[in-house]
Structures are given as structure tokens and as C-alpha cells.
Design a protein around this ligand. Structure first.
Ligand code: ATP
Ligand code: MG
Length: 237
């Protein structure tokens, strides 16, 4: 699925990168995705865990591509990355979806950032960028009913994926986020070496329609909470 408008290599190159697995280094993942860095350190290749029929994976890849384009459009180029998607089907295992995006060298996940070590100017800039990201994500939700997964969940295991449609799992996640994870500690946002806050995860949060409506509405409340908190912190400085 080439995407010529984006700043990514041509489809043949992406496919070549994806299949040249010997040259890839695993850098993260475990829950929904395995994340690999290409040998030239220019791209990450994300192998999604869920496999299925070729038609199902193609449909899923198209949905993810549409979502990634939507989220990137709302967040703007300073806070987003281009993404390309392809379905791999080598006949041995069920087809899987891969996504490719530029690697952010020396970037840090916000949940591993020690804010006290940042200069006052950079800290202020991060707060302001987060307010912008919240406002744009809220606008995306209001216009489309979808919002990017800014928060993410660190340290989960692959076997937990099978519980993710259950009401109990959703309730636990919502509680975990409300109680523990403000946007300042988001796992899906990274601070780049040039001081930008960038979304790296463009996955859709949920699959079932009803769960999605509940989940996205809860996210809307979180965005509202985080905007108020960030504005208060920004005013204090
Ligand atoms: N473009 C990138 N540049 C640098 N690091 C990245 C990039 N994309 C992802 N990472 C690293 O890989 C981690 C996981 O990536 P991502 O959030 O896209 O996958 P995920 O579906 O949340 O994975 P999992 O849930 O399995 O951990 C990120 O939190 C980040 O640390
Ligand atoms: Mg993530």
C-alpha cells in the first residue's frame, strides 16, 4: 500500500526493508506490536501481533492507514509522523500487518522523562506543545468521533491482548489512566532531540463499536482533565 504523499521511501523499498529481517534490530514492543529498527537507523518497522486472513488484514491495514492519516492531519507535521502500511503473507503463518515510519533518534518516551532535568524553557515548551496536542486531539474527536491514543500502556504482555474487549479489562484500563497516567507521562508521545513532542503510535484504540464509543468518550474526559492540569502548571511557571 504505497503512500506517495508522505516522506517515506517507495513501496518497493519499504517491502525490501520489511523482508530484510536479518538486518533489523528489535527496540521495543511486546503487547500489540514488535518494533524493529532498520540497519541504517532511518526507519522503524512495526509488526502487529494480530494475524488473520489476507482480506481481513488488508481491510485492517486500510483502516489503520486512514486513521493514521486522520490523526497526522489533525496533529500537524510538528507533532506527527508519516506512516506506511503493508500486509505480509509468506504462506507459512497467517498474514500480518506491518507499518513503517521514520525513526526518531535519541527521542524519549514522556513516561521515562525526568522533567526536573529539563531546562525551564524546554519544560515550558513541552507543556505548551502538550496543550496544543490536547486541543487538536479534542478537535479530532469532536469532528470525527475518534482521537489518537496519546497515552498508551507501557509494560503489558502479549497474552493480555485477548482480554482487551472484555468490559472488565476496559474498566481496569480506564481506572488506571484516570488514577495514574496524566498526559505528562504518556507512553505514546516522545520528546525528540530537537525539542518536539511527537506521537509515535497511530493504532486505533479498540475494535468493537460499543466499546469504542465508551472508550473514546472516556478519552475525551481525560483530554479535558489534562488540558486543565497543563494550563494550571503552565500558569505557575
Ligand atoms: N518512530 C519511532 N522512533 C523511535 N522510537 C519509536 C518509534 N516508534 C515507536 N518507538 C518506540 O517503540 C515503542 C512502542 O511503539 P508503539 O507505541 O508504536 O507500539 P505499541 O503498539 O504501543 O507497542 P506495545 O504496546 O507492544 O509496547 C514506543 O513507545 C517507543 O519507545
Ligand atoms: Mg504504544
Amino acid at each position: 500500500m504505497p503512500n506517495s504523499e508522505l516522506d517515506l521511501p517507495a513501496f518497493e523499498t519499504i517491502a525490501g526493508l520489511a523482508f530484510n529481517t536479518g538486518a533489523l534490530q528489535r527496540i521495543a514492543g511486546g503487547y500489540e506490536t514488535e518494533v524493529y529498527l532498520t540497519a541504517d537507523s532511518r526507519y522503524v518497522i512495526k509488526l502487529k501481533h494480530d494475524g488473520g486472513s489476507r482480506e481481513a488484514m488488508l481491510a485492517w491495514a486500510r483502516r489503520m492507514r486512514a486513521a493514521s492519516e486522520l490523526f497526522a492531519r489533525y496533529l500537524g507535521p510538528r507533532h506527527s509522523l508519516p506512516n506506511a502500511y503493508l500486509v505480509v503473507d509468506n504462506g507459512d503463518t497467517p498474514p500480518h500487518v506491518l507499518s513503517v515510519q521514520p525513526f526518531l533518534p535519541n527521542a524519549q518516551n514522556l513516561d521515562s522523562l525526568d522533567y526536573d532535568t529539563l531546562s525551564p524553557d524546554l519544560r515550558q515548551s513541552v507543556f505548551q506543545q502538550l496543550i496544543t496536542i490536547v486541543e487538536r486531539s479534542t478537535a479530532c474527536y469532536q469532528a470525527t468521533g475518534y482521537t489518537p491514543d496519546l497515552y498508551g500502556v507501557a509494560g503489558m504482555h502479549a497474552h493480555e491482548r485477548h482480554q482487551r474487549s472484555s468490559p472488565r479489562w476496559l474498566f481496569q484500563q480506564a481506572w488506571r489512566m484516570l488514577m495514574q497516567q496524566p498526559l505528562l507521562n504518556a507512553h505514546n508521545l516522545m520528546l525528540t532531540s530537537d525539542g518536539r513532542v511527537v506521537l509515535v503510535d497511530y493504532d486505533l484504540i479498540c475494535h468493537c463499536w460499543l466499546n469504542c464509543r465508551v472508550y473514546y468518550a472516556a478519552r475525551r474526559v481525560l483530554l479535558w482533565r489534562d488540558r486543565a492540569q497543563l494550563q494550571a502548571m503552565n500558569a505557575e511557571r
